[in-house]
Design a protein around this ligand. Structure first.
Ligand code: SAM
Length: 230
């Protein structure tokens, strides 16, 4: 069950930072359900508005370290953390910088994961959806997912837990296989069918032609993959 946020379809103003959406909520709910955060050193790798990092801090993390390449996301996360009365160490830069600060007990990620269409469809997508760097992830949607799976053993403490949310369109089996290939236990911990938002609405015809989405799909399945380090 997801809980906290309004959907993107309800938003109209241009968003400079990715507004919390169903994937944010699903990741937060999976994090709470996993019960691994209280007392843990947590990293939130693609923090955006900081909603996941703040949820981790509120759930009793010992520390939360957040990363985003976008300076506006870094400022927003700092403001939101202050308003929420929680402490988060926010860094501007790639998620890969977390390796310098780790290892962590818990790593959370809602990375860009939407496959990029070969034609420019930016005019079709409402600016309320947030900046394209928040979702565009190369032709197969794995521009961040593949290196992130490869880096998981470097990011995680022994016995640590990784939770990543992404779409069915970006290869759930590939994520599971990449993590298991490194000796981690990996499974789908949560999933949800959601209506197409502005990006998927614009891209669905191409995703279907490319075989990345079922021909008759009218909704998108998003999943949280959980991996545990040995
Ligand atoms: C889908 S949004 C997720 C935001 C937030 N965690 C949430 O769940 O609502 C992805 C975020 O990743 C950031 N991002 C994109 N590429 C990145 C990278 N290589 N390293 C760190 N952050 C990145 C974007 O700026 C964006 O804020």
């Amino acid at each position: 069950m997801t809980s906290a946020y309004t959907t993107i379809d309800a938003l109209e103003a241009p968003a400079e930072v990715y507004p919390p959406q169903e994937d944010s909520s699903l990741l937060i709910d999976a994090m709470v359900t996993a019960g691994v955060v209280p007392g843990a050193r947590v990293a939130d790798l693609c923090t955006g508005s900081g909603v996941v990092a703040i949820a981790a801090a509120s759930a009793g993390a010992a520390s939360v370290t957040a990363f985003d390449i976008c300076p506006k996301a870094v400022s927003r996360t700092r403001q939101e953390a202050l308003a929420a009365g929680v402490e988060i160490d926010v860094h501007r830069g790639s998620w890969a910088r977390a390796i310098e600060f780790g290892p962590f007990d818990v790593v959370l990620a809602n990375p860009p994961y939407v496959p990029e269409a070969p034609v420019d469809d930016s005019g079709l997508i409402s600016p309320a959806a947030g900046p394209s760097r928040a979702w565009d992830a190369g032709p197969d949607g794995r521009m961040v997912l593949d290196p992130l799976c490869a880096a998981a053993p470097l990011l995680l403490e022994e016995g640590g837990t990784l939770l990543i949310v992404h779409s069915e369109c970006s290869g759930v089996t590939r994520t599971l296989s990449a993590l298991r290939a490194q000796g981690m236990r990996a499974e789908v911990a949560a999933q949800q069918l959601i209506p197409f938002g502005p990006v998927m609405t614009a891209r669905a015809p191409w995703l279907k032609r490319a075989g990345l989405l079922g021909r008759h799909a009218t909704q998108e399945r998003i999943v949280v993959v959980r991996a545990d380090a040995p």
